[in-house]
Write a protein that binds this ligand. Structure first.
Ligand code: SF4
Ligand code: SF4
Length: 481
C-alpha cells in the first residue's frame, strides 16, 4: 500500500488577511447558523401555509433547487461548509441548555449502517412522495429532521446525530474527500509535547477565556487524515492552545488511497460500512438522475405490467434494491474477483472490493455535481419572483416589484458542456485514485489490478453520459413549459 501522506500543508487559509481573520474569530459560525435557521423557519412556514404550487414556494424551490446546487459547488470549491453552518447544531445547542445529554452512543451502533439506510430512505421518499413538488411534505421533512436531531443529541453526547445518523452529513463527508481544503495540524512535533489534547477534549473556561469545545466527532488532530467525519466546525482551531491547527489546501481525492489509520474513522480498508457508503453514494447518484429522465417511467410501467401491481412503492422498492444493492455487489464483486486473479493472491474478494470502492467516489461526486448543477444553473434566478410574491402576500404591496415568473437561469445547451466537464473531471480523479491503489498492490505492473476498476468506472461513466444526454425533468421550477 502507498505510504504517501494525503495532506500536504501547502497553505493555511486561516493566515489569509480577510477570510482567515474572519474564520479565526469565534461567533461567525453562530451568525451563519442563525441566518440559515431563520431561512429554514421562513421555508417551513411557507411550506405549511403558503402556495402549494412548488415553483412558487421557497420550501421546495430552495430545498430541491438552490440548496443542493450550493451544497455541491461548495464541496467542489472549498469543503464541507454546509455542516459548518448547519442550523440544526444551533437548535441542538439550545436544547442542550435545557437537557444535558447523559448517554454515550452505543458501541454496537458506531458505524455507518444506519446512516446508509437513512440516506437510501431519503432518496426513496424523494421519489415516492414527489417531494420536489410538495411544499407541505418538504416542510414536514425539514421539521422532522430538526426534531430527530434534537431528540438524539439531547440524549447522546458528542455529535452522535452528525456522525452516525445524518444522511446529509454522510453525503457531505463522502463528497468532501474530493474537496481542496482540509483541517490539519501545522506541526506534529508541537502535538508531541502537548499534554492537554484540547483539540479533542476541549478546555474549561478560565478568567480570561470562555470554555472551548473539543472535537465532537471524536477526531484527535495529530492523527487526523483527510476530511471523512469532519464537519469543518473549526472547534479544534479555537480549542488548540498552541494555535497549531490550520485550514490547508491539498490535492483533492488523494486521501481515498491513503491507507493510514485515521482518528475517529480507522483505516479505510477495514471499514466495510464506509466502503458500502461510497458505493451507495456513487450508484445512488446514477439512480437519482435516472429518476428524472423519461425511460424510468417506461421501465416502471413495464415492471408494473409484468408483476401485475399498480402501487408505485413496490416497483420503486425493487428498482432501489437492484440499483443500490444488487448492482454494486455484483459489479464490485466481479471487479474484485478479477483483481484477485491478476494479483494471484489469497486475499478475500470482499477485502479487495472494500479497498477499491473508495475510488468510485470522485466519479459519483461528478454525477451528483453535474445533475444538481443542471437544476441550479438552469433555475438559479427562479427564487426572485417567489420572493417578490412572498413580499406581496405578506405586505399587500409589491415591495420587491411585481412577481416576474420569467426569471430562470442559463440555457440547457450552455449547461450541458459544463455537466460533461464536471463528470469528466470526476472520472479522471477516480482513475488517478485507482492507479495509486493499483500501484500499491502491484508496484511492478500496476496496470493489471488497475484494469478491472477502470473498466467498471468506464461503464458507469457511459451510463452517466447517457443519463445526462436525456431530457431531464425541470423539477420544482416553471422552466421547461
Ligand atoms: S492540535 Fe493542539 S491541542 Fe491538539 S494535540 Fe496538537 S497541540 Fe495539542
Ligand atoms: S473539531 Fe476540527 S476535526 Fe473535529 S469536526 Fe470540527 S473541524 Fe473537524
Amino acid at each position: 500500500m502507498t505510504s504517501a501522506s494525503a495532506t500536504t500543508l501547502e497553505r493555511d487559509l486561516l493566515e489569509t488577511p480577510l477570510v482567515g481573520a474572519l474564520l479565526r474569530r469565534r461567533g461567525w459560525q453562530l451568525a451563519a447558523r442563525g441566518a440559515l435557521l431563520a431561512l429554514a423557519i421562513v421555508m417551513v412556514l411557507q411550506g405549511l401555509y403558503g402556495s402549494q404550487l412548488a415553483p412558487k414556494n421557497l420550501s421546495t424551490l430552495l430545498t430541491w433547487v438552490h440548496y443542493r446546487g450550493f451544497l455541491v459547488l461548495a464541496l467542489l470549491l472549498v469543503g464541507n461548509v454546509f455542516c459548518t453552518a448547519c442550523p440544526i447544531v444551533l437548535v441542538r445547542d439550545l436544547g442542550r441548555k435545557l437537557v444535558r445529554p447523559f448517554l454515550s452512543w452505543p458501541r454496537a451502533l458506531r458505524s455507518k449502517w444506519i446512516a446508509i439506510a437513512l440516506f437510501v430512505g431519503v432518496l426513496y421518499a424523494y421519489e415516492l412522495l414527489d417531494l420536489w413538488g410538495d411544499p407541505w411534505a418538504t416542510a414536514w421533512l425539514v421539521l422532522g429532521y430538526f426534531g430527530a436531531a434534537l431528540l438524539v443529541d439531547v440524549v447522546f453526547r458528542g455529535a452522535s446525530f452528525c456522525k452516525f445518523l445524518c444522511p446529509v452529513g454522510q453525503f457531505n463527508f463522502v463528497s468532501s474527500t474530493v474537496s481542496p481544503v482540509e483541517v490539519a495540524v501545522k506541526d506534529r512535533a508541537v502535538c508531541d509535547s502537548c499534554s492537554g489534547n484540547e483539540c479533542l477534549r476541549g478546555a474549561p473556561a478560565t478568567p480570561t477565556t470562555p470554555a472551548r469545545r473539543g472535537c465532537e466527532l471524536g477526531i484527535f488532530l495529530p492523527k487526523k487524515v483527510g476530511n471523512l467525519d469532519c464537519t469543518f466546525c473549526l472547534d479544534c482551531v479555537h480549542a488548540c492552545p498552541e494555535e497549531n491547527v490550520a485550514l490547508t489546501t491539498r490535492t483533492p481525492g488523494l486521501e481515498l488511497a491513503d491507507p493510514r489509520s485515521r482518528s475517529g474513522v480507522g483505516p479505510l480498508q477495514s471499514r466495510t460500512d464506509l466502503a458500502f457508503l461510497a458505493a451507495v453514494f456513487t450508484f445512488g447518484a446514477l439512480l437519482n438522475a435516472f429518476g428524472m429522465v423519461s425511460p424510468v417511467y417506461a421501465l416502471q410501467q413495464s415492471m408494473a405490467d409484468f408483476l401485475g401491481v399498480r402501487a408505485e412503492w413496490p416497483i420503486l422498492g425493487i428498482l432501489f434494491v437492484v440499483a443500490l444493492i444488487v448492482e454494486p455487489v455484483v459489479l464490485l464483486g466481479l471487479a474484485a474477483w478479477w483483481t484477485r486473479r491478476v494479483l494471484a493472491r489469497r486475499e478475500g474478494v470482499l477485502r479487495i472490493a472494500v479497498r477499491y470502492a473508495y475510488a468510485l467516489v470522485p466519479l459519483g461526486f461528478g454525477v451528483w455535481l453535474s445533475h444538481y448543477c443542471f437544476h441550479f444553473l438552469t433555475g438559479f434566478l427562479t427564487f426572485v419572483p417567489v420572493l417578490q410574491s412572498l413580499a406581496l402576500d405578506v405586505s399587500g404591496v409589491a415591495l420587491l416589484g411585481t412577481p416576474d415568473w420569467t426569471f430562470g437561469g442559463m440555457a440547457e445547451e450552455t449547461v450541458y458542456p459544463i455537466e460533461l466537464g464536471l463528470l469528466g473531471l470526476g472520472f479522471a480523479v477516480s482513475l488517478a485514485v485507482t492507479w495509486r491503489l493499483a500501484a500499491a498492490d502491484d508496484r511492478a505492473r500496476p496496470a493489471r489490478p488497475f484494469a478491472p476498476w477502470a473498466v467498471l468506472q468506464s461503464l458507469l461513466l457511459v451510463a452517466a453520459v447517457w443519463l445526462l444526454s436525456q431530457p431531464m425533468e425541470m423539477r420544482g421550477t416553471f422552466l421547461g413549459g
